[in-house]
Design a protein around this ligand. Structure first.
Ligand code: SF4
Length: 189
């Protein structure tokens, strides 16, 4: 496949994702960007579930993100939680109804249908190739990676326990599956 074909194919897939996000969002009275913010908050860890984290992830202004979070909160799709050690910091987490709405929207239906006949190995290979492509693109543009904690250079494993070498805090096994705004791949050190 030529470079141009890769570009064209990705463009059309992104378009399909946008169309479905519009449809799914409209069904629940949300704009695609609001659905995207909700999905981000579902995936991210406790260091990333703030206005700043959403702002960096979506690449939008703080004001726009604050409005987005206000809409999600007013609809009962997220809840706010003051930080236990920094009073200025507020964390946002999807509520039960937010999680329910996401379960309808992610993964996109067209993707589930298209990959239905693929084996788990084939689907994993596709995911690995896409992650590699994303990682290279992020490095080229010097962007934050927002990768899964278990792939971060600060993730330390001692026996059966995990620890963040950056913050010095313990991590649970589910924590290591979440994405993080401080994430860095090992090669970046
Ligand atoms: S190990 Fe890395 S990804 Fe995990 S919490 Fe620490 S900085 Fe974030």
């Amino acid at each position: 496949m030529s470079l141009k074909q890769v570009h064209n194919t990705l463009e059309r897939l992104c378009n399909l994702l946008r169309v479905e996000a519009r449809e799914q969002g409209a069904g629940g009275g949300l704009l695609p960007v609001q659905l995207e913010a909700l999905h981000y908050l579902f995936q991210c860890n406790r260091y990333s579930d703030t206005v700043q984290g959403v702002t960096e992830y979506l690449g939008q202004t703080k004001g726009t993100v604050s409005q987005t979070l206000k809409v999600l909160e007013n609809r009962g799709l997220i809840t706010r939680h003051p930080d236990s050690s920094d009073r200025r910091l507020v964390h946002f987490r999807p509520s039960r109804s937010g999680r329910r709405q996401l379960a309808h929207a992610v993964p996109a239906r067209f993707l589930s249908a298209a990959l239905e006949t693929k084996s788990a190995t084939e689907t994993q290979q596709l995911a690995d190739d896409l992650i590699e492509l994303l990682r290279t693109a992020q490095e080229t543009r010097a962007m934050k990676t927002f990768g899964a904690c278990k792939t971060c250079r600060f993730n330390e494993r001692v026996a059966s326990r995990f620890r963040c070498g950056l913050t010095g805090e313990s991590l649970s096994k589910p924590d290591t599956e979440k994405i993080c705004r401080e994430h860095q791949y090992p090669e970046a050190c």
